[in-house]
Design a protein around this ligand. Structure first.
Ligand code: GLP
Length: 244
């Protein structure tokens, strides 16, 4: 789905999420959202906050699971994804603290595999993700599933690609300060979501958008695995769609 600008597209995505939250709330069911960080979803979160403030959209029934976190960072680090989520969404809506789930980047290495299994089990305990929001990295990563990630991969620790470290360095004092590892939901975790919306804005994403949409499905570009999802939309602006 190609839009003239990211603002208009983000509003449409936010409205879909809001409709799902309201539908689930009416049925007295939890709305289980998979959420993403990065610059791509910021306008979606802005619109959701506006709807909370002006239209009474309530998040009390929402359970959220974030895609990923840098290994070694926690809420006190401004570059952490837990900080990001509070800053861009959670602190501005009425989501309950106990319903927020983000992979913990501070778990000691030897306990990480157990923590990842628990994250998967917790998602399962809610009946899986109703909706997963995604951005895309220039390596073709979704979450932090870098090239090489398998279609059935689950939540785990991963080593970040050089290009990812370079792209994310702007938030840190130097490239050397970017964590080299992260904890991420797997491709399989993402594919299990009932509905997936992936966002891409700007010319910088045009090349990877083409590979993802038109390329062959392969671990070399993990986002291509979305091609086999039953209910996925790739929402982009005209610049990101330039090579299609
Ligand atoms: C990070 C995140 C991804 C995100 C990607 C793209 O590496 N782990 O979830 O999709 O960056 O970021 P942006 O939206 O800023 O282009």
């Amino acid at each position: 789905e190609i839009f003239t600008d990211a603002e208009e597209a983000s509003k449409i995505v936010a409205h879909e999420i809001a409709a799902l939250i309201r539908y689930k709330t009416e049925k007295n069911e939890k709305c289980v959202l998979g959420l993403a960080t990065g610059s791509s979803p910021i306008k979606v979160y802005k619109e959701l906050i506006r709807m909370h403030r002006e239209e009474g959209l309530s998040f009390r029934n929402v359970v959220s699971f974030n895609l990923d976190e840098y290994y070694g960072l926690s809420k006190s680090d401004v570059q952490s994804y837990i900080y990001f989520m509070h800053h861009h969404l959670f602190d501005h809506v009425d989501i309950l603290a106990e319903n927020i789930n983000i992979p913990n980047g501070k778990v000691p290495y030897e306990h990480m595999s157990e923590a990842c299994t628990q994250y998967e089990e917790k998602i399962e305990s809610y009946g899986g993700l109703d909706f997963q929001l995604l951005g895309i990295g220039r390596t073709g990563h979704i979450g932090f599933n870098e090239p090489g990630s398998k279609i059935n991969s689950l939540t785990r620790m991963i080593t970040l690609d050089h290009l990812t470290i370079q792209d994310n360095a702007f938030a840190f004092s130097s490239m050397a300060d970017v964590p080299t590892k992260a904890v991420t939901m797997g491709v399989g975790t993402i594919l299990n979501a009932k509905r997936v919306v992936i966002l891409a804005w700007g010319m910088k994403k045009a090349e990877i958008v083409k590979k993802t949409v038109e390329g062959e499905m392969s671990s070399d570009v993990p986002a291509t695995f979305l091609q086999q999802h039953k209910d996925v939309s790739f929402v982009m602006d005209e610049s990101a769609a330039l090579n299609l």
